[in-house]
Design a protein around this ligand. Structure first.
Ligand SMILES: C[S@@+](CC[C@H](N)C(=O)[O-])C[C@H]1O[C@@H](n2cnc3c(N)ncnc32)[C@H](O)[C@@H]1O
Length: 259
C-alpha cells in the first residue's frame, strides 16, 4: 500500500481545454527498479489476481489474433505475456530495463528474442514498420518522456498494426493519493511485499493526449473486470474490482494514417 507521495509538477488547461504539462523537472530516472524484486514479481504475477485474472486477459483480448504475427512486448517483465503469445503462435521480441527480467524471459520463452533496453533510448535496433503488434502492459507509468517513447513504438509498428497498452486506472491512483486528479506528478509507494516503486500519476486525458501527440488513434478503451476465476483467488478484491475503478485500464490504439 502507498506510504508516501512526492513532488507535483504543473499541469494546466490551455484555451482549447486540453491539459498540457510544463516545467516538469522531476523524473523516475534510469534506475531499473524491478531488478531488486524481479523474481518475486514473477512469483506474484504468474497466478495473482491483478495480472493473471485481470490485466492479462484484458490485453490479450484487445490484441486479438496473434498467430503468425510479430509482437513487440515492451517492458516485458518476466515473460508471462511472452509465454502466452508464443503459445498462441506469435513471434515475440521483448525488451525490459531490468537485466534480471530479461534473464527470466529467456529462461521462460527460449524462442523469444529479448534484450535489456531502457525506454528512454530509441529502439535503434528495430527498423521502421517492423512489428505487427506492440504490447505495452503496465509499464507506461515508469517512463519520463512518454510521448517520445510512444512515437518510437509507432515508428516500428506497421501501418496496419495496433498498440495495446495498460496502465494503472487514474481514478484509483487519485483515490489512493488524493490531491488534484489533474496533476501530473511522481509518487513513491511501498507495495505490500515491500517493493518500493516510483512512478508517474497522470489523468486519463494526459494518456490520451500523449497517444495523440505520438500519432495514434484510440480505437478502444476498456475498464476491465476480473475474470470469474479471480473470485477463487481473492473474493474481496474480486468483488471490489467488479464495483470500483481501482485497478487498471487498457487501450487499443492504431497508427494515425496521416502521420
Ligand atoms: C509492472 S511490470 C509489468 C511487466 C509485464 N509487462 C507484465 O505485465 O507482466 C513493469 C515492467 O516495466 C519495466 N520497466 C520500467 N521502466 C522501464 C523502462 N524505462 N524501460 C524498459 N522497461 C521498464 C520494469 O523493469 C518491469 O519489468
Amino acid at each position: 500500500m502507498p506510504v508516501r507521495a512526492s513532488s507535483a509538477d504543473r499541469f494546466h488547461v490551455d484555451s482549447s481545454g486540453i491539459g498540457q504539462t510544463d516545467d516538469v523537472t522531476d523524473s523516475v530516472g534510469p534506475d531499473p527498479q524491478y531488478e531488486l524484486f524481479a523474481d518475486e514479481f514473477l512469483d506474484h504475477a504468474r497466478e495473482g489476481l491483478y495480472n493473471a485474472h485481470y490485466d492479462r486477459p484484458a490485453c490479450l483480448r484487445l490484441l486479438g489474433e496473434v498467430a503468425g504475427r510479430t509482437v513487440l512486448d515492451v517492458a516485458c517483465g518476466p515473460g508471462l505475456y511472452a509465454e502466452e503469445l508464443v503459445g498462441r503462435g506469435a513471434r515475440v521480441i521483448g525488451l525490459d530495463q531490468s537485466p534480471r527480467m530479461v534473464q527470466l524471459c529467456r529462461q521462460r520463452v527460449p524462442s523469444g528474442e529479448f534484450r535489456v533496453h531502457d525506454l528512454a533510448d530509441r529502439l535503434h535496433w528495430l527498423p521502421d514498420d517492423s512489428v505487427d503488434l506492440v504490447l505495452f502492459a503496465l509499464g507506461l507509468e515508469y517512463v519520463d518522456d512518454r510521448t517520445s517513447t510512444l512515437r518510437e513504438l509507432r515508428r516500428v509498428l506497421r501501418p496496419d498494426g495496433a498498440l495495446v497498452l495498460s496502465r494503472l486506472h487514474p481514478t484509483g491512483d487519485w483515490l489512493r493519493h488524493g490531491g488534484s486528479y489533474f496533476d501530473v506528478r511522481i509518487v513513491e509507494e511501498t507495495w505490500s511485499r515491500g517493493w518500493q516503486v516510483r512512478y508517474w500519476l497522470a489523468p486519463l486525458e494526459r494518456t490520451c493526449e500523449e497517444l495523440h501527440e505520438a500519432g495514434f488513434l484510440i480505437e478502444r478503451l476498456v475498464e476491465p473486470r476480473p475474470t470469474a476465476e479471480a473470485a477463487h483467488v481473492d473474493r474481496d478484491r474480486y468483488e471490489r474490482l467488479l464495483r470500483e475503478p481501482i485497478g487498471f485500464l487498457a487501450i487499443r490504439a492504431l497508427p494515425a494514417p496521416w502521420r
